[in-house]
Design a protein around this ligand. Structure first.
Ligand SMILES: NC(=O)c1ccc[n+]([C@@H]2O[C@H](COP(=O)([O-])OP(=O)(O)OC[C@H]3O[C@@H](n4cnc5c(N)ncnc54)[C@H](O)[C@@H]3O)[C@@H](O)[C@H]2O)c1
Length: 270
């Protein structure tokens, strides 16, 4: 269902690793809606080469960039404007990684070098993206920059570990930078807090299968899929949401406002 919502708009999409990635679906939907964009990911994530298939499908170029490197980001942003033929209208930050989670380190026994690495990749990189695009004056008025978050920023989900802290920081950056970017450049900055989704990053969390089922039962509309998340990103990149900024927007089938559901109560009666 294409409505030319992004016709003539240019962007950068971070984080398409494979066809399950939320960013992958966003790229497909952005293409359908008439956008042109550059795809990017960490050089190490490109070893499998899957991103090239997406680039071919969407007529995009790929520029590798480690989102923790300001030098890589400057190169990415300036080359993207050259390739796309002008300033950007949207950016998707779809990046997350915790070394403590990956290596099975408990939240009460963190390796702080790993904590700092995860914080840099998952949260500070968003500030770096924003600061780089702002310094290079790379985004048009009313442009829209979105990062993906999770409700563990507000509520405890024990196995989400230090990613919970990273997401809190990420959402805070959207608010704080969104203020300055709005006042100075009329650029909007938001986070979308997505349901648990079966992707490479998601399935790295311990007990994810059980958890995704729990979340499904706890959400009046059920879990939002990666494709539905992509649709929401498209809406946020479009001109139909021009006055939405500095927000954390729940895209979770109602999970965030639900105390309990009848489906969950029934499980306890079994
Ligand atoms: N899957 C879920 O359950 C879920 C729920 C809510 C929010 N999110 C968030 O959505 C976003 C996308 O994750 P996903 O679920 O699509 O998984 P994914 O594994 O497909 O995407 C994560 C991406 O981050 C990239 N990345 C890691 N380190 C990087 C670096 N240094 N520089 C640039 N890119 C780097 C990876 O290469 C990968 O493409 C993440 O922010 C994640 O936390 C996911």
């Amino acid at each position: 269902m294409a409505n030319n919502l992004l016709k003539g708009k240019r962007g950068i999409i971070f984080g398409a690793l494979n066809s399950q990635s939320i960013a992958w679906k966003v790229a497909q939907r952005a293409h359908e809606e008439g956008a042109t964009f550059v795809l990017t990911n960490a050089p190490i994530a490109m070893r499998m080469g899957e991103i090239n298939e997406l680039a071919k499908e969407t007529g995009s170029e790929v520029i590798p960039a480690d989102a923790t490197s300001v030098e890589d980001l400057e190169n990415l942003v300036s080359k993207s404007m050259e390739i796309l033929g002008g300033k950007l209208d949207f950016v998707l930050h779809s990046i997350g990684m915790s070394v403590n989670v990956r290596k099975g380190r408990d939240y009460t026994n963190e390796n702080y070098d790993w904590t700092m690495k995860g914080l840099d990749v998952s949260a500070l990189s968003f500030h770096k993206v924003l600061q780089t695009t702002k310094k290079l004056d790379a985004v048009n008025d009313w442009g829209s920059i979105v990062a993906l978050s999770y409700i563990a920023a507000q509520r405890v989900f024990p196995d989400y570990n230090d990613m919970a802290d990273n997401k809190s920081y990420l959402e805070s950056i959207a608010r704080s930078f969104g203020y300055h970017y709005g006042v100075d450049n009329k650029v909007r900055v938001n986070t979308i807090s997505q349901s648990p989704t079966m992707t490479t990053a998601g399935s790295g969390v311990k007990g994810f299968n059980e958890f995704i089922n729990f979340s499904e039962q706890m959400s009046p509309l059920g879990n939002a899929s990666a494709l539905a998340c992509a649709d929401y990103c498209i809406a946020m990149f479009s001109d139909l949401t021009k006055y939405v900024t500095m927000q954390n927007l729940y895209h979770d089938g109602g999970f965030s406002n639900t105390g309990v559901t009848q489906a969950v109560i029934d499980k306890f009666g079994e």
